[in-house]
Design a protein around this ligand. Structure first.
Ligand code: ATP
Ligand code: MG
Length: 395
């Protein structure tokens, strides 16, 4: 008997007008993530089906667990929609199981099939009871739930259910621009944005020689982990050193972080304009540090009209850390290499900055041309999950 992975879409089904687009995007994502396996993928309005080689099942499941837009999936035995075939197959499957109680649940989406669901439950239950001596029916808490989905051509029989990662397929929203640092918060922010269907490019601001190649490497490793949820991520590396040095040479010390972040936002907007980014995404969390009070956010945000999405804004650090562990970015994030934000921290950063003071301070140097230079000279790496990282031995 052949087996298939039977995928249920979940949240997609609430999107009436967009349904086909959502399913098609999910189909393309599944196809791309499974391209190195010998699989056959097909879809209809309610289900996606993946035929696979038994030896690949464990690896394929791990990949499917990270594809957004999948609500639930089952490893199902596929048989012809024919009453005798269904009866023999259900019995054969149940003979290999050890159980006492069971329940049969039939879903008849092929309404032309002559036997109604309830009757089918009784027919199949009867076959099991008659042939497996010790078995009995328990409709409330059975050891095994046998689900039989009767569709037009094929019928699917399964005893298991696996929870998918939910959300919307990546790519059902236009692209965002993720500010990706080496910290704990921004990879989690990227993961949560992807779960809403947002694909993104990542931008890392580095300040060599104040920051190291190890710090860059850490960001590449984090980006690789995030790429596990999509196909490939463009990582733009911006040389932030000249701007950062000018800020610290010219501006009031307590405003340095505020101004630094206003510069980052300006650069993000410029990169978004040239790379079709529709929103800035970052790992800011309300109140976490001086630059993330609501007053600070307003002053920093005022340099751009772009939407700024902060997926972890209202989460506690512990909640963010829990997600970081779940998506396996935590251990990389806590490696001790300094980031450009941590190198130049003033003793007493302003908690309630003012917009007019920020403007006054930053006009002390010609930041506009420096921003242009930073964007023009940025390097882009295409990061995929299994990419070789030439510096990974530095970690
Ligand atoms: P931590 O987990 O230690 O808080 P963090 O990455 O959140 O690290 P913050 O100083 O809190 O660091 O910065 C807030 C957000 O600003 C980050 O989540 C990230 O989105 C962005 N950011 C900070 N530094 C950089 C950087 N060097 N490159 C790109 N984005 C950055
Ligand atoms: Mg943070």
């Amino acid at each position: 008997m052949n087996r298939v992975i039977l995928i249920k879409y979940g949240e997609l089904s609430t999107k009436k007008g967009n349904r086909n687009f959502f399913i098609k995007t999910l189909y393309e994502n599944v196809k791309s993530k499974l391209k190195k396996y010998d699989v056959k993928i097909s879809k209809d309005r309610a289900r996606m089906y993946i035929e696979f080689l038994d030896s690949d099942l464990d690896e394929i499941k791990k990949i499917i667990d990270r594809i957004f837009g999948i609500h639930m999936y089952h490893i199902a035995t596929i048989v012809d929609t024919n009453i005798d075939v269904i009866k023999t197959s259900v019995l054969e499957i149940m003979k290999n199981e050890s159980f006492k109680t069971f329940k049969v649940e039939t879903k008849r989406s092929d309404k032309s099939f002559e036997i109604h669901s309830q009757d089918m439950n009784r027919v199949l239950g009867g076959v099991i009871l008659k042939n497996i001596d010790t078995s009995s029916v328990d409709v409330h808490n059975p050891d095994i739930l046998v689900t039989v989905e009767i569709r037009e051509k094929n019928t699917y029989i399964y005893l298991n259910s696996y929870k998918g990662s939910g959300g919307y397929p990546v790519g059902t929203q236009p692209k965002g621009m993720l500010m990706l640092s080496g910290g704990i918060d921004s990879p989690v922010a990227g993961y949560l944005a992807m779960k809403r269907g947002v694909k993104f490019d990542a931008v890392y601001f580095e300040a060599i020689p104040h920051t190291s190649l190890e710090a860059r490497n850490k960001v590449i490793e984090l980006c690789k982990k995030l790429a596990g949820y999509t196909d490939q991520i463009n990582l733009h590396i911006v040389n932030f050193t000249p701007i950062q040095e000018e800020i610290y040479k010219n501006c009031r010390e307590d405003y340095c972080i505020t101004i630094m972040r206003r510069m980052m936002y300006r650069i993000m907007e410029k990169i978004s304009n040239s790379h079709k980014g529709y929103a800035i995404i970052n790992g800011e969390s309300i109140g976490q540090v001086a630059s993330q009070t609501l007053t600070s956010m307003r002053v920093i945000n005022s340099v751009t009209n772009m939407p700024v999405i902060r997926p972890v804004a209202c989460l506690d650090k512990l909640e963010i850390m829990e997600i970081a562990r779940k998506i396996d970015t935590y251990n990389t994030s806590i490696l001790p290499f300094e980031d450009c934000c941590t190198v130049f921290v003033p003793k007493h950063p302003v908690i309630n900055p003012r917009i007019d003071t920020s403007i006054y301070e930053e006009e002390k140097f010609d930041y506009k041309s420096m921003i242009d230079d930073a964007v023009e000279s940025m390097n882009t790496i295409k990061v995929s999950e299994d990419m070789d990282n030439e510096f990974s031995d530095l970690l």
